[in-house]
Write a protein that binds this ligand. Structure first.
Ligand SMILES: NC(=O)c1ccc[n+]([C@@H]2O[C@H](COP(=O)([O-])OP(=O)(O)OC[C@H]3O[C@@H](n4cnc5c(N)ncnc54)[C@H](OP(=O)(O)O)[C@@H]3O)[C@@H](O)[C@H]2O)c1
Length: 305
């Protein structure tokens, strides 16, 4: 017993030292990459609000030129003006786009290439969530969530990739979710699309190795936006911390610089992802015991279109 205790301290020291060293290296690498985004062309879908808007602000602050896409042109124009106010030397183009319409996806890529000459970073961020009992959700809701969250991402990536491959460099950034590692009940379809998106990122990353085009999957936990509006208080009562879109945006930019394949954001959700893979029975039990009785009802109110 005494011998075990005497080993514990040096092991803890090595662990802590390793962690501190990795933080220092991360800090130095980020410091050395100052100016990384300057002049780069970044296409962001779902840029009209929430995480997409925060990403646009963060890229603008780093001097990137932006192509902002979503359906709501009025909101996109506001975001473009905010970005140009952050860094007046950048260009922020607005391209109203419904990501479920093929011709509009083609127009988005063509406009970026014609007006700005290249696409350095494609952020597939547009997404919707529609909660409720799976059995009652209906065909249309399932189809739409799969179409926006998964099929549109795959198609837009196909359209943007040739330019990146001929440039010999580029980043595909897919805004997945912690729900892509751990599906929450009553959000089964949403979680399924995000599992698909992580799988897509993983396979494409391996397929593109050596081409100079990198693929990053961003998996945030619950983040302040319309996506959590109806369940925010319930989640807080269950112990979840709601992240800010600005924090998610910062971690995304850092992950691009550090060429990470995947970034998991939010402690409880990240642990939940590992738990779901390693201890499925325990995580199943969590969802039977922890949510309040009105969880299903609240989930059904959680709907973005
Ligand atoms: N908030 C969270 O807790 C959380 C956590 C993990 C991952 N995420 C993911 O993060 C991404 C952004 O979500 P958010 O939280 O910022 O939600 P949000 O505030 O609801 O923003 C969603 C964005 O997607 C756009 N969009 C929706 N349908 C579209 C379509 N058919 N065509 C083009 N754009 C469309 C919306 O713009 P228009 O309505 O103007 O088209 C909006 O800009 C999503 O992929 C979401 O799944 C969110």
């Amino acid at each position: 017993m005494k011998q075990r205790n005497s080993l514990l301290l040096p092991l803890a020291g090595i662990g802590l030292g390793g962690w501190a060293l990795s933080r220092l290296i991360r800090h130095l690498r980020l410091g050395a990459a100052q100016g990384y985004f300057e002049g780069k062309v970044v296409v962001i879908t779902g840029a009209s609000r929430g995480i997409g808007r925060a990403l646009a602000h963060a890229f603008a602050a780093q001097g990137a030129n932006l192509v902002l896409a979503a359906r709501n042109e009025r909101q996109l124009l506001d975001v473009a003006a905010e970005c140009e106010a952050i860094t007046p030397s950048i260009r922020a183009l607005v391209v109203p786009t419904d990501v479920t319409v093929e011709a509009q996806l083609e127009n988005l890529v063509n406009t970026a290439l014609e007006r700005l000459g290249r696409i350095d970073i494609l952020v597939n961020n547009a997404g919707i969530i529609q909660g409720g009992e799976f059995v009652a959700l209906g065909r249309e809701s399932v189809r739409k969530q799969v179409e926006v969250n998964l099929l549109a991402v795959m198609r837009l990536t196909q359209l943007a990739l040739p330019a990146m491959l001929s440039q010999g460099e580029g980043h595909i950034v897919n805004m997945a979710s912690a729900a892509g590692r751990h599906t929450v009940p009553y959000f089964v379809t949403y979680g399924t699309t995000k599992h698909g998106l992580i799988g897509f990122s993983e396979g494409l990353r391996r397929e593109l190795a050596g081409t100079g085009v990198r693929v990053l999957s961003v998996n945030p936990g619950f983040t302040e936006s319309d996506v959590v509006a109806a369940i925010r208080d319930t989640l807080r009562r269950m112990g979840f911390k709601i992240l800010s879109p600005e924090y998610v945006a910062r971690r995304t930019l850092e992950a691009i610089i550090l060429q990470q394949p995947e970034v998991n954001i939010g402690l409880l959700e990240t642990v939940g992802g590992w738990g779901s893979a390693l201890f499925p029975r325990i995580t199943d039990l969590f969802w039977r015991i922890v949510p309040p009785p009105d969880f299903a009802e609240k989930a059904a109110q959680q709907r973005t279109e």
